[in-house]
Each structure stands twice: as C-alpha cells, then as structure tokens.
Design a protein around this ligand. Structure first.
Ligand SMILES: [Fe+2]
Ligand SMILES: [Fe+2]
Length: 245
C-alpha cells in the first residue's frame, strides 16, 4: 500500500493506485499532460489549497481499493444509470417507507421502557438525528449527483445542478456524510447490544430491534454501492467525457 504524504509524487499514484489518480484528476488540480513528477504539496500550492484536504480525498480513494466482503455483484453488468435506479429503488425508497415506521417504534419503546434502560433515550435521539440527516442526504444525491450521472450517459454532458457541473463536489460531500453515518451506525449497534433481543422484550421492543437491524444492514450495502461502485464510476465517466472534449 502506498504511503501517502504531501511529498508523494503523481507518478507514484500512476504506478500504484489508479483510484487515487482518478480522484486527483477529478479535483481538477492535475490534468493529462501535466508533469507527473510534481508532488501533492506542489500541486496544492499552485491552487492555493491546503494539502490536507486533497490528502483526505486521496486516502478515501485508496480505502475504496481495499477488498470487501459485501457482495454487490448484482451491479456488475449495469450502466451507471441502472446503478442509480438500483440504489433509488432498493435503498432510498426503503428508507422513505421505513424511517417513519422505525421512528415511531423507537419513540414508543423509549416512552415505555426508558425508566429501566436509559440507553433507549440515546437510541431515540441518535435514530432521530440519523433519519433527519438521511432525508437531506438522499435529496442531495437525487438533486445533484444522480442527475449528473444520468446526464453523462444520456446527453454526454452534465447540466449544472445546485452543486455545479462536476461530480467531484457532490461526491466529496456524500463521502463525508457516509463517514459520519458509518460512525453513527456503529454507535447504534453498541447502544442496541448488536440488536440482540432481550428475554423480557415485548412485541414492540422486539419489532424495533428487528427493524433497526434490517435498517443497519440495508445502510451498509447502500453506502457500499455508492462509495465503491457509483462514485468511482461517475469520476471515471466524467474523466472519459473530458478526454473526448
Ligand atoms: Fe443514497
Ligand atoms: Fe449516500
């Protein structure tokens, strides 16, 4: 694995990490024909950027190259537009239908059982925040990144959205959101004892834990599809379009 630092040269990315090179090119600070012996720090100085920001973007791209045991082979032969449709139908729709239902269950269980288990109040607060953040996050994807992806495949160009006309901007926001969500999912897991059902649990309590467990599994796959398939695919597609023009 490449040891990444501000002294890393672009040529090292070219040799060892296609994903990091793609991510660097998506930022626009390095283009075909530029000197590959330039370091990340030198590139950033030229654009008045703090190298830490670019290094974080590159580190994320590097993490995406790591193997994972989440199976998304159902996306293998799909176009990017079809990947977007898959995400909308299996994950965004699921969340819109399920978040209010789980929210109600969490509220009911907290109101009945929190006197004997204070963690239920923490679960209620955390889930409420996640549900609100997720609605904003999905809207952001549906109003910015997803139309850009569809445009690239149907029109061969990106129509400007509220996030500009390049996929790198919304993708950076989405990746930041995903990192936060992964930390929150981990916290939810801990608070709910890995969703193990206690013996004393009533039907509502049991239902809440089962639904939270399903929510968590769905989110893991959802984030994986976006981080590992859709985002790198969109960055590559945009690079290919720029090369043509
Ligand atoms: Fe999404
Ligand atoms: Fe997302």
């Amino acid at each position: 694995m490449l040891e990444l630092s501000s002294n890393t040269r672009v040529t090292e990315l070219q040799d060892q990490s296609p994903a990091m090179l793609d991510a660097l090119m998506a930022t626009g600070i390095f283009r075909d024909g530029d000197d590959p012996e330039t370091t990340i720090a030198e590139l950033c100085w030229g654009f008045g950027l703090n190298p830490i920001i670019i290094l974080r973007t590159l580190a994320r791209a590097q993490a995406k190259e790591a193997p994972s045991d989440i199976d998304v082979s159902d996306l293998d032969d799909l176009t990017l537009t079809q990947v977007v449709e898959n995400i909308e139908s299996l994950h965004h729709l699921y969340l819109r239908e399920t978040l209010p239902v789980i929210g109600e269950l969490v509220d009911r269980v907290a109101s009945v059982h929190s006197a004997s288990d204070e963690r239920l109040i923490e679960i209620q607060k955390l889930f409420g925040k996640m549900a609100e953040d997720l609605e904003n996050h999905m809207l952001h994807e549906e109003e910015a990144l997803f139309p850009m992806v569809r445009d690239m495949e149907s029109e061969g160009a990106i129509k400007p959205t509220r996030c500009g006309d390049a996929v790198g901007g919304p993708i950076t926001c989405m990746e930041n959101d995903h990192e936060l969500m992964q930390a929150e999912l981990k916290k939810l897991h801990q608070l709910a004892d890995d969703y193990a059902i206690p013996e004393h649990a009533c039907m509502t309590y049991r239902n809440m834990l089962e639904q939270l467990s399903r929510f968590s599994q769905n989110m893991v796959v959802h984030i994986h599809k976006e981080d590992k398939v859709l985002f790198p695919g969109a960055i590559k597609a945009q690079a290919a379009l720029r090369e043509k023009s």
